[in-house]
Design a protein around this ligand. Structure first.
Ligand code: NDP
Ligand code: HEM
Length: 502
């Protein structure tokens, strides 16, 4: 597994293959074209030229609607501590067991060509090629998120992208949304700390954010959250350094990752799990299905269980990174999603966008293909390139039956019942508690709180006045001193906002 197996390199460096058309016809000069005489029109029969142009016209596929800019590499996961008491996931079964993986890091809001050092959460997505299927961890570098209500995702993302009229990034849209949806304030504390501008992908952590369930063969389960802590140490840019790097080398994080691996400096992460039993979860201070909250580490300690190391660059970026397709619904026996509504929505959204971005047979693309798959009831469709299961029956045939592996999915504890309701969560004083906790964490390192105030104020100063005011009130609810400091720092530099109709 890895670049050698997954990439479609067709010849070795010491070989000199014959150039052909796409249908394999040898061509003696790919730069020549067919025309009438020395100056006459082209000939439609020149398949090589027509095909070259037509293929070029179709080189672009849709970029990811979010997380469009990214970089990735191959690696492996090794189990370092036994956790068979909480899960039957095959990949985690046995200390020393290694599983290959591909990883893609990304920014969220910017387009495919945007700067790597933008203030933004970072995506941290991993596909493990396990013996029982591909298991994707589609994580971020922050342990929480802006929303806990899934309907808000497209709405929120729109405010982080471009204004529909000016086509500019718009500080008023950004802060207008966030100051009117203050459950996001905890995530804002992360985003506007210096961790919002990591020095490199190698120097940041990854977090599941969502609660999942680890399940054992007997159907019993615990609730879990996963953390990947960088072994390189957390390292960040200041706002000024990040801005400078964005103009000097917008691809800095991409370059840093590729060069480190090329130089044999293989980045690694220690992987931990936080565990709550169902009984503990019921009495827990925080709603474990609320994505805007962490599980405090003093209450729920981190338990180490593995190490992930990146050790191989890809051979072809488009084939192996642009076409890689992660989904929180790509799960394996031993792990299940929780009832977190944002997670539940993501289970739908990712395969849906893959079918749009890559096509219905996206799982057949080599980087996405599992080690073993036998799924003959899914047939045909555009780009069915894996032999399409040949003559195998495309229904549960009584003449050529398949075997089915017994796997217990029904568990005894989690039972849900209730009326169908139109649910809308409300902001409560609880939403400011962990945000204040992080403000205090920043206070442990000299300069971090000052940087936070600067980082907010240089962005907020471009927003309209009433939005600025509402934002000061929001940060005052986190900490009165913080609200006052952001007010003073921002108003000094307040600029008239771009005039657009919002
Ligand atoms: P702890 O003091 O036990 O943990 C604080 C955690 O904050 C650290 O373990 C570290 O997590 C993280 N941290 C340290 N410096 C920074 C920084 N500059 N920017 C962002 N995060 C930093 O307290 P709690 O667990 O009660 O958490 C307190 C606050 O810390 C929370 O409100 C939350 O915002 C934040 N936090 C909590 C995490 C959790 O899972 N409990 C994870 C990350 C942040 P790490 O080692 O993962 O970097
Ligand atoms: C990418 C949707 C929340 C992490 C994406 C993509 C979509 C999407 C459509 C593009 C995927 C592609 O084209 O391949 C959503 C929706 C969410 C949500 C609807 C909430 C309802 C989250 C959260 C996290 C997250 C909470 C992290 C905890 C990521 C990552 C990627 C991504 C890491 C990039 C994957 C890659 O590198 O290919 N998301 N997302 N998303 N999302 Fe989300």
């Amino acid at each position: 597994m890895g670049a050698d197996d997954k990439s479609a390199s067709t010849f070795k460096y010491n070989e000199k293959p014959f150039y052909t058309t796409s249908n394999g016809c040898p061509i003696n000069n790919p730069e020549a074209f067919q025309r009438v005489g020395q100056n006459g029109p082209l000939l439609l029969q020149d398949f090589h030229l027509i095909d070259l142009l037509a293929h070029f016209d179709r080189e672009r596929i849709p970029e990811r609607v979010v997380h469009a800019k990214g970089a990735g590499a191959y690696g492996e996961f090794e189990v370092t501590h036994d956790i068979s008491d909480i899960t039957s996931v095959d990949m985690l079964n046995g200390v020393g067991k290694k599983t290959p993986c591909v990883v893609r890091f990304s920014t969220v809001g910017g387009e495919k060509g945007s700067a790597d050092t933008a203030r933004d959460p970072r995506g941290f997505a991993i596909k493990f090629y396990t013996e029982e299927g591909n298991w994707d961890w589609v994580y971020n570098n922050t342990p929480i998120f802006f929303i806990r209500d899934p309907t808000l995702f497209p709405l929120f993302i729109h405010t982080q992208k471009r204004n529909p009229q000016t086509n500019l990034k718009d500080a008023t849209m950004f802060w207008d949304y966030l100051s009117t949806h203050q459950e996001a304030v905890h995530q804002l504390m992360h985003l506007f700390s210096d961790r919002g501008t990591p020095y490199s992908y190698r120097h940041m952590n990854g977090y599941s954010g969502h609660t999942h369930k680890f399940v054992k063969a007997d159907g019993s389960f615990v609730y879990i959250q996963i953390h990947l802590k960088t072994d390189q140490g957390n390292k960040t840019f200041t706002n000024e350094e990040a801005g400078k790097m964005a103009s000097e080398n917008p691809d800095w994080n991409t370059q840093d990752l590729f060069e480190a691996i090329q130089n044999g400096d293989h980045p690694s992460w220690t992987v931990y799990v936080q565990v709550l039993t169902q009984e503990q979860a019921e009495k827990f201070r925080w709603n474990i299905f609320d994505l805007t909250k962490v599980w405090p580490q003093k209450d729920v300690p981190l338990r180490p269980f593995g190490k992930m190391t990146l050790n191989k660059n890809v051979e072809n970026y488009f084939a192996e990174i642009e076409q890689v397709a992660f989904s929180p619904s790509h799960l394996v026996p031993g792990v299940e999603p929780s009832a977190d509504p944002v997670l539940q929505s993501r289970l739908f959204s990712y395969p849906d966008t893959h079918r749009h971005r890559l096509g219905t047979n996206y799982q057949q693309i080599p980087v996405n293909a599992p080690l073993k798959a036998f799924n003959p009831y899914q047939r045909d469709g555009a780009m069915a390139v894996n032999g399409n299961y040949g003559a195998n029956p495309n229904y549960p045939s009584s003449y050529r039956s398949l075997s089915y592996k017994p796997y217990k999915t029904v568990n005894d504890h989690e039972k849900w019942a209730g009326a169908a309701v139109s649910f809308l969560s409300e902001v409560t004083p609880d939403d400011y508690v962990q945000a204040k906790g992080l403000w205090d964490v920043l206070g442990r390192t000299p300069g971090q709180q000052d940087n936070f105030v600067t980082n907010v104020s240089v962005h907020l100063c471009s927003a309209k006045e009433d939005t600025r005011k509402r934002t000061y009130e929001m940060f005052t609810k986190v900490d009165p001193g913080l609200g006052a400091r952001i007010h003073d720092a921002t108003e000094k530099n307040a600029q008239p906002p771009a005039q657009s109709r919002l």
